[in-house]
Design a protein. Structure first.
Length: 524
RNA sequence: GCCCUCGUAGUUUAAUGGAUAAAACAACUCCCUUCUAAGGAGUGGCUGCAGGUUCGAUUCCUGCCGAGGGCACCA
């Protein structure tokens, strides 16, 4: 909010293509906000950046936004915001009762696809990581004014489902086991419970696999909804929505119309090398079967036709090699803004040694086991607090130990303390107040509170969701400092104003925790 | 062999090309007549290696080393 105002002021005096930043410096000595604009454009002006910064300072000084501007270091402009502006900004902020609303999205449709795990068994930790990320990105995007569709794409046909069917047959002893089959307790369990089905569908492994997949999907849905609290709006069945509704043919026809298809060795290929892919990809095999890739192309096409010109697809680390070809089809089918986020590996460690996880071999820790072990709040914080390109090594023993020390409790504690203060106070008296000047410690806390707008805006723009947890922690810290330095209850004429600040902060912190899917306790 | 990621305090992680690289945990020293000590104040310690671009590099480029993933007419 305030940052936006500063940017506006700078744009008035800087060249219009200048790529400058306005950020919150870490040291209080550098002001509330800081900009590198003078250093960035110094060359264009043919001036030294300190001199230019002095010029800018002079011009910007006329704005009543600033109480003080410093030129520092190699040419930074450091801004102190005037208390009146902060105070007014806060009163406006408080009216929103939680989080500010913006309209960055302008009601545009955006699809966020995440998890999309094959229904061949329980969810892995990597699935969960992407799930949490997709969940809160969707929430943030919705908050800033996009129309978001949260999508789970179900690969419920094709070879892996046939393999699943065969795995069941092998488990029942009807065919010999093979290395590529799915193993693990969940396969045996299903086979044991569904002997009749296996017998009946023994000659049709695809059908059998689909029956099993139906049950696995049910339990995936349960894990996501009830255990992990990850929401979805649409469960897109590859079989029903893409194959049976002819999206494969439609995509293929589009490629042909655009002249991007050729035949080689009896197969049909798409020229993805025209789009930074390192080789062309097969659409139809020489046996006449559409590939998984073609189905995905159909899926992207379907989304575009349903009005989604913007899509974020969150994939697991085994899909690095897949990004280039997906981006190629996204462009061809008319997806104007296609973002693919590949999350890094989650490795499981046991006593300092890597424990190889494999879904096929059945040696892995399921997502719900982790949640069961450390709790949903700690699990969400653990995953959401890290950038998606960080390798995560997780030792279950360590995680259990860490969960007791998880920073999430610090944040929740801050919320509980705010609640405690409000519980004890005569809150109803707050409304009728005239708000005079805020005192120094109050302003400090308020400034931190107002930063939430900047953070949400940043996350909505670059999808770096871990900034949200970082900010929430900072907010809790700022509250702790406020709590230490300022007495709220029984502080005479200051009390109502301070209660109002606490009430507003509690609304915001509570809303942020809700956004993150973390509980906000009233007491601890 | 080729391609894609990643490499930061003892550990887990931050840092839109910016200032003295930041926090949590662990270690050590303190603080409970205080709206909840699940808290607070303080101390020590870090950018894998070598070049390059830049006024300025943890960030961008090249090479090397290390870790992970991918290189099917599989999904």
């Amino acid at each position: 909010m305030i940052r936006g105002g500063i940017i506006k002021e700078i744009k008035k005096i800087a060249p219009k293509d200048a790529k400058f930043s306005v950020s919150r410096p870490e040291r209080p000595a550098f002001g509330d906000y800081s900009s590198n604009v003078a250093m960035v454009v110094a060359k264009k002006f043919g001036k030294n950046s300190r001199e230019l910064a002095e010029d800018f300072k002079e011009k910007l000084g006329k704005s009543k936004l600033f109480e003080r501007i410093d030129v520092a270091g190699p040419g930074f402009l450091n801004f102190w915001i005037s208390p009146e502006v902060v105070g007014e900004g806060f009163l406006e902020f408080a009216r929103a009762k939680g989080l500010p609303k913006f309209n960055i999205g302008k009601n545009k449709k955006i699809q966020v696809e995440y998890v999309s795990a094959n229904p061949t068994g329980p969810l892995t930790l990597a699935n969960g990581r992407g799930g949490f990320l997709g969940d809160i990105l969707s929430s943030v995007l919705a908050l800033v004014g996009f129309k978001v569709e949260r999508e789970y794409y179900i690969n419920d046909t094709g070879k892996q489902i046939i393999t699943l069917g065969k795995s069941m047959l092998a488990s029942a002893g009807l065919i010999p086991d093979e290395e590529t089959f799915y193993k693990g307790g969940y396969i045996k369990d299903w086979a044991k419970k569904n002997k009749a089905k296996i017998k009946k569908l023994g000659k049709d492994p695809l059908k059998l696999g689909q029956e099993a997949a139906k049950d696995f999907l049910k339990s995936i849905k349960n894990t996501l909804k009830s255990i992990a609290k990850i929401k979805f709006d649409r469960w897109t069945s590859e079989d029903k929505y893409i194959h049976k509704k002819n999206w494969i043919k439609k995509a293929q026809a589009l490629f042909e119309k655009k002249n991007m298809v050729y035949e080689k060795d009896g197969a049909t290929w798409l020229k993805t090398t025209d789009f930074a892919d390192d080789k062309d990809r097969v659409l139809i095999t020489s046996d006449g079967y559409p590939t998984y890739f073609l189905a995905d192309a159909g899926h992207y096409f379907e989304s575009v036709v349903r009005g989604f010109k913007k899509k974020i697809n969150i994939l697991g680390p085994d899909h690095y090699g897949y990004v280039a070809r997906i981006q190629a089809v996204a462009e061809i089918v008319g997806m104007e803004d296609s973002e693919i986020i590949v999350t890094q590996t989650v490795r499981l460690m046991k006593g300092g040694e890597e424990f190889k996880m494999s879904k096929r071999k059945g040696t892995f820790v399921a997502f719900e086991e982790l949640i069961d072990e450390i709790g949903l709040d700690a699990a969400r914080w653990f995953f959401l607090g890290r950038s998606s390109d960080t390798h995560i090594d997780i030792d279950l023993e360590f995680a259990k130990k860490q969960s007791a020390e998880n920073p999430v409790y610090y944040v929740q504690y801050a919320h509980a303390r705010m609640s405690g203060i409000l519980r004890k106070a005569q809150v109803h008296s707050v409304k009728r107040l005239a708000f005079g000047g805020f005192k120094k410690d109050e302003l400090k806390f308020i400034k931190k509170l107002l930063e939430v707008s900047d953070v949400l805006e940043d996350v909505a723009r670059d999808y770096q969701a871990h900034r949200l947890t970082a900010y929430v922690y900072e907010l809790a810290q700022a509250f702790s400092a406020f709590y230490r330095d300022v007495k709220v209850l029984d502080s005479g004429s200051d009390e109502p104003r301070r209660l109002f600040i606490i009430k507003s902060a509690k609304n915001t912190l509570g809303s942020l925790l809700k956004l993150l899917g973390i509980s906000a306790p009233e007491r601890m």
